[in-house]
Design a protein around this ligand. Structure first.
Ligand SMILES: NC(=O)c1ccc[n+]([C@@H]2O[C@H](COP(=O)([O-])OP(=O)(O)OC[C@H]3O[C@@H](n4cnc5c(N)ncnc54)[C@H](O)[C@@H]3O)[C@@H](O)[C@H]2O)c1
Length: 254
């Protein structure tokens, strides 16, 4: 079960955290993994880990927010069976302390970056009689979180882009779903704690862990396992769905 033999899989942000765990797992299941990354050395490091384990992987330096770059890279890849729109950036702030430059940056990476990769991948999938798309949304797509104004806006758009693409391409044999994690322990979380709460990092880490009723953050590998199921042939009946993976955050927090 869950074999991905020779499936050409593109993973954005595959050099770190959740994207890296997905890259490693998909390669282990037989996929031919292509990582698109802003951070070239992190991407190269992930590729080396996969190659050392006998898997197939390559990386391209690419800013997903830049449509010209994205088009150029997808033209080189040529065939895409699976696209995982995972690259994203964090932002902490309410409406009043979200300057325009921050709003634009979050929008450009988290929303336009997904649009750019979808635009490049869909024609390739149509030419290939179908494909599978998985977008990395968030619990912030569906519930109100304090001080996540721009981030929530962006992840709400990822959720609705998922529905739109799933609907428009269902007859082309393209499945499109998203995953909505609560906190996952990755450099993304460590980075925003260090940046926004420099004086009480440990306290903040404990607080964020406790917001999941299960009492901890997820491990990136736990998100990768769900991604594998949703991108495998075993999930062939699933499209237009959002999968919370949240330690009980959405349903058990009252
Ligand atoms: N960690 C969490 O708690 C959590 C929770 C819910 C959703 N998510 C989402 O999961 C995704 C991955 O998060 P993570 O925690 O693994 O983050 P991470 O910061 O560990 O990894 C993200 C990777 O994306 C790359 N990246 C960032 N901007 C890019 C760009 N413009 N072009 C190409 N690559 C770019 C970074 O270089 C990095 O390697 C993000 O979309 C995030 O919003 C994370």
């Amino acid at each position: 079960m869950f074999a991905l033999d020779n499936k050409s899989t593109v993973i954005t942000g595959g050099g770190s955290g959740i994207g890296r765990a997905i890259s490693v797992l998909f390669a282990r299941q037989g996929a031919s993994v292509t990582i698109l990354e802003l951070n070239e050395s992190a991407a190269q490091n992930a590729v080396e880990e996969i190659l050392a384990a006998g898997g197939k992987a390559q990386a391209f330096s690419c800013n997903v927010a830049d449509q010209a770059q994205v088009k150029e890279v997808f033209a080189k890849i040529g065939k895409v069976d699976i696209l995982i729109n995972n690259a994203g950036i964090a932002h902490v702030g309410n409406l009043e302390n979200t300057p325009e430059a921050d709003f634009d940056k979050v929008f450009n990476v988290n929303v336009k970056g997904v649009y750019n990769c979808l635009s490049a991948a869909i024609p390739l999938m149509k030419a290939n009689d179908g494909g599978v798309i998985l977008n990395m949304a968030s619990i912030a797509s569906s519930v109100g979180l304090s001080d996540r104004f721009a981030y929530s806006m962006s992840k709400g758009a990822v959720l609705t882009m998922t529905f739109s693409v799933a609907k428009d391409y269902v007859k082309q044999n393209i499945r499109c779903n998203c995953i909505s994690p609560a906190r996952v322990h990755t450099p993304f979380v460590d980075g925003f704690i260090a940046k926004n709460y420099p004086d009480n990092q440990e306290e903040m880490f404990a607080k964020l862990s406790a917001t999941q009723p299960i009492g901890r953050m997820a491990k990136p590998e736990e998100i990768a396992n769900l991604a594998l199921y949703l991108c495998s042939d075993e999930a062939g009946f699933i499209t237009g769905s959002d999968y919370p993976i949240d330690g009980g955050f959405i349903k058990l927090n009252s």
